[in-house]
Design a protein around this ligand. Structure first.
Ligand SMILES: C[S@@+](CC[C@H](N)C(=O)[O-])C[C@H]1O[C@@H](n2cnc3c(N)ncnc32)[C@H](O)[C@@H]1O
Length: 206
């Protein structure tokens, strides 16, 4: 993360945004509201929303109040009216509720850089808020069946846990799938992405 003037910039968003966008269009509905959890700088929102179908409204959010002005600033620059004002949402809190009904939820690079309660809250909230068939898309690194998918991910996991013992790369099969099943979500797609990341697409059973 860096800053230009007073606004923050996340260089990784420039590297991963096209690959994510190409997969988002496979899994998002053509119309409705996409809630983004943990929008960070807001650069993903500003890139994706103008390139997605006209019937979609993108609703960015973050639990850090300081992030909201940056998100709205990047959104304003796009001139795209289909980006809602950023809202403060802490998904680790109980019963977090967005300011409108949602049809899909997207979250990039949060569940490993936050306590496990945030992942559980994200997935539990998706189970509570999504309509039947509605997707939850989680982008980032995952280990699989207890094994890292690359040495660099093992190093990254160790560095995260050294920074904060409640952080760390999550295991799809051991950690995430049981929580998803309890929330009424099934894994629709398991999409390998560049740089040893995945886009995990869950869908609300109904
Ligand atoms: C590494 S940044 C990722 C930002 C952006 N999604 C991206 O890919 O560049 C992690 C973000 O998660 C947010 N976050 C951490 N815990 C959260 C929580 N409990 N609820 C919502 N957002 C949270 C942080 O404020 C931060 O913006």
């Amino acid at each position: 993360m860096s800053s230009t003037g007073s606004r923050r910039h996340a260089p990784a968003t420039l590297r991963n945004r096209d690959a994510i966008l190409s997969r988002l269009t496979d899994h998002l509905p053509q119309t409705g509201t996409v809630l983004e959890i943990a929008s960070g700088t807001g650069e993903h929102a500003a890139y994706f929303a103008p390139r997605l179908p006209d019937g979609l409204v993108w609703c960015p959010s973050d639990f850090d109040p300081a992030a909201l002005a940056d998100i709205d600033g990047y959104a304003r620059e796009t001139g795209c009216a289909r980006i809602a004002p950023a809202q403060r949402l802490d998904v680790a809190g109980p019963d977090w509720t967005p300011d409108r009904p949602v049809d899909a939820i997207f979250c990039a690079n949060m569940i490993h850089i936050a306590p496990w309660a945030a992942a559980c809250g994200l997935i539990g909230g998706a189970g509570r808020l999504l309509p039947p068939g509605g997707p939850l898309l989680i982008y980032g690194p995952f280990s699989r069946d207890g094994r890292h998918t690359a040495p660099s991910n093992a190093d990254f996991d160790a560095s995260l846990r050294a920074r904060d013992p409640t952080w760390g790369v999550r295991d799809l099969e051991g950690d995430v799938l049981p929580v998803a099943a309890a929330a009424g979500l099934r894994l629709r797609a398991d999409v390998p992405m560049p740089a040893n990341n995945f886009l995990m697409v869950f869908e609300k059973e109904g």
